[in-house]
Design a protein around this ligand. Structure first.
Ligand SMILES: Cc1ncc(COP(=O)(O)O)c(C=O)c1O
Length: 402
């Protein structure tokens, strides 16, 4: 925590520009962590995805398969290239796309399959990759919900043609805002680098605001105040007083201005701290998830099965309840940090889903999950007391979904 706070503070003094050395050092640290691929840093995860799609030459007339249980920031970049997102339903237990459903949606126009490891549960990436390889289709892993999770001992993010990660506030690898591409094909990596080099740096003001927000976050945001802080943050974002994760323009199908940006130096410096901290992060998240898995069945909830070949790094712990809105409405009163996402197949609820090509009823399993699932915190700031309080809240306020 101290190193992140000091890094944020020092970055407030020199906030802007594009420090190539900081960026390269950060990218190299990520490459070392994964042991394969070329890492490229961006302002946000969605920008990393956009750069990968552009580098793959995806555009008008192409299709990209995406899960029908995601946030709108995923089909957004697809639509900005001129391609069409094709939505695939999920399995009800681990919230991921299944190979049979993916196969049904492949067409001669399919140029990429985006495989999201939802909440950090590994998606069936190997069979999906086989389907894609046989047809010359690129596989992009969406690792925004995991950093350090493994399947069969192999790190998620190293299975496909490329992967991308988010560094957003609540993500397992957090640089306030931030994004990384990890590319496993040398020629593609060169083209993603060209994309990155062609993007401008964020403004000094945006970089300064982000550095200050990171400092405040390190010093005062803990689970008991998160619900209140989120409300305040949304209000400040709407007034343009802080840099938000998304602007309302991003719920539109036209790419907003200042979208495709390189990272600011503060993100690269904080990113270096995050890479160093990953083992601790993993251990905390495993502990949190382990407690929910052990204790929720006693409260009458069924929990997802965890196969032995999974080494889990869960972003949040999903829980199906019969009274989602009631649970969300009561969370801040109980001082617990309860997440609502995904609120609909293309989170958040304000998304004009048909504009992004999603029509009601297309992914019924995902729609039901969106209506039922709340998520519980597992991150490094969650103490055992916070978990006790969260479980007490579940026992008192929530009812298991039927
Ligand atoms: C599954 C998933 N993919 C991609 C993103 C986009 O990441 P970012 O906010 O860094 O652009 C998110 C964001 O919340 C997400 O949940």
């Amino acid at each position: 925590m101290i190193d992140r706070a000091l890094t944020a503070l020092s970055s407030m003094l020199v906030p802007g520009g594009d420090s190539i050395s900081a960026r390269r050092l950060y990218e190299r640290a990520v490459e070392e962590f994964f042991g394969s691929g070329t890492a490229l840093a961006f302002w946000k995860g969605r920008v990393a995805l956009y750069a990968i799609l552009r580098a793959l030459g995806i555009g008008e007339g192409d299709e990209v398969i995406v899960p029908g249980y995601t946030c709108v920031m995923v089909p957004g970049p697809v639509v900005y290239t001129g391609a069409r997102p094709v939505y695939v339903d999920i399995d009800p237990q681990h919230y991921n796309m299944q190979p049979e459903e993916v196969e049904r949606r492949i067409s001669p126009r399919t140029k990429a399959i985006l495989v999201q490891h939802t909440y950090g549960f590994p998606a069936p990436i190997e069979p999906i990759r086989k389907l894609a390889d046989a047809r010359g289709i690129a596989v992009i892993e969406d690792c925004c919900h995991t950093f350090g999770g493994r399947l069969d001992g192999q790190l998620l993010g190293t299975f496909g043609t490329a992967a991308f990660f988010s560094g957003q506030w609540n993500k397992p690898f957090s640089t306030g805002l931030g994004g990384l591409a990890l590319v496993h094909d040398a020629a593609l990596a060169r083209r993603v680098r060209q994309q990155q080099e062609s993007y401008p740096s964020p403004s000094r003001t945006a970089a300064f605001m982000l550095a200050s927000q990171l400092l405040v976050y390190e010093l005062v945001i803990y689970p008991s105040v998160t619900a209140l802080a989120t409300e305040v943050f949304r209000w400040l974002t709407s007034k343009g007083l802080v840099v938000g994760s998304s602007s309302t323009a991003e719920f539109d199908i036209v790419m907003p201005p200042n979208y495709a940006l390189r990272p600011s130096p503060v993100q690269c410096r904080i990113g270096m701290c995050e890479v160093r901290r990953t083992p601790h992060n993993l251990e905390r998240r495993k502990h949190g998830a382990g407690r929910y898995i052990a204790e929720l069945p006693r409260l009458g909830y069924s929990v997802p099965s965890i196969p032995e070949n999974w080494d889990l790094m869960l972003l949040r712990f999903p829980l199906r309840v019969a009274n989602k809105q009631e649970a969300l409405a009561n969370a801040s009163r109980y001082g617990v940090e309860i997440g609502s996402w995904f609120e609909c197949p293309l989170h958040p609820i304000q998304t004009d889903q048909p504009a992004f090509g999603y029509n009601d009823g297309a992914c019924p399993v995902a729609e039901r999950a969106a209506a039922e699932v709340i998520n519980l915190p597992t991150h490094r700031r969650v103490s055992d007391k916070d978990i006790d309080r969260t479980l007490a809240f579940v026992a008192e306020v929530c009812r298991p979904a039927g």
